[in-house]
Design a protein around this ligand. Structure first.
Ligand code: ATP
Length: 240
């Protein structure tokens, strides 16, 4: 697979830890497939799942942060190297990712993982420059995402980093099978990188799952949940 790199980013700036933030309302097999694939492809030692408290850009989830974390813990408990954090559950006010990254202050900077759909809005998040200073951004395929928006997102980050060199420009315009090619861009201004990784993503979202679980086909939808989460949801009758 073609890999565009700028400078020596690949060798020197590859973290062993990835932060994976999301509502996880509920956590589904698509989240876990993503985590497994980045773990093996990037040789990660650890993935820290961080359920959002009160996200600034979305309606607050009806299920509490603590209960979403509990379901996450059920989903990841048998996987060595996967942990969850309650940092955003404990945060007063909006849980901006920039606040979380600043509070964790992990050195060397970890990856921060996001699907393409989330990345398309990244520049509207609170203090994206703080996120880019504290973490390497890892953007992965999300079925149904608009590749043009992903490409625009990459351009925005590169420009903010004072960089839009011909190599990067070529890589960003390199769309293959309707998706970007794998690429790593070094961000000189922030001292981190932006990476795009094509993964075998599952076409599932928590929104579809919540709607499905509330309908008459709920058993079929429940198959998209990790087994222990499915049992918990059935027992507690949530999302019905
Ligand atoms: P919702 O439908 O409620 O927005 P979601 O399924 O997108 O939920 P989140 O918990 O909000 O799940 O997602 C957390 C992160 O995981 C986001 O960056 C999102 O892009 C990514 N993600 C979620 N589902 C998938 C998937 N099936 N494939 C790839 N990335 C995903």
């Amino acid at each position: 697979m073609a890999m565009a790199t700028c400078g020596g980013a690949e060798k020197t700036l590859r973290p062993a830890l990835a932060l994976f933030g999301g509502a996880f309302n509920p956590v589904h097999r698509g989240h876990l497939a993503l985590a497994s694939e980045i773990e093996s492809r990037l040789g990660l030692r650890e993935i820290l799942f961080i359920p959002t408290g009160a996200p600034p850009h979305k309606e607050p989830p009806k299920i509490s942060c603590e209960e979403r974390k509990l379901m996450l813990d059920l989903a990841i408990r048998d996987h060595p190297g996967w942990r969850s954090s309650d940092i955003e559950c404990r945060m007063e006010g909006f849980s901006f990712t920039a606040r979380t990254i600043s509070a964790l202050a992990i050195d060397p900077p970890p990856f921060f993982v996001m699907g393409e759909d989330a990345f398309a809005d990244f520049w509207n998040w609170g203090h994206p420059e703080v996120i880019l200073s504290g973490a390497h951004l890892l953007v992965v395929t999300r079925p149904g995402a608009d590749v043009r928006r992903t490409r625009e997102g990459v351009f925005t980050v590169l420009r903010a980093s004072g960089l839009l060199d011909p190599v990067a420009g070529e890589a960003v315009s390199g769309v293959h099978e309707g998706r970007l090619r794998d690429a790593v861009w070094k961000l000189p201004y922030f001292g981190t990188t932006l990476r795009y990784l094509r993964i075998e993503a599952m076409d599932v979202s928590s929104t579809d799952l919540r709607n499905g679980l509330a309908g008459k086909d709920r058993n079929r939808w429940a198959d998209l949940l990790p087994d222990a989460v499915k049992s918990y949801i059935v027992k507690k009758r949530i999302y019905q």
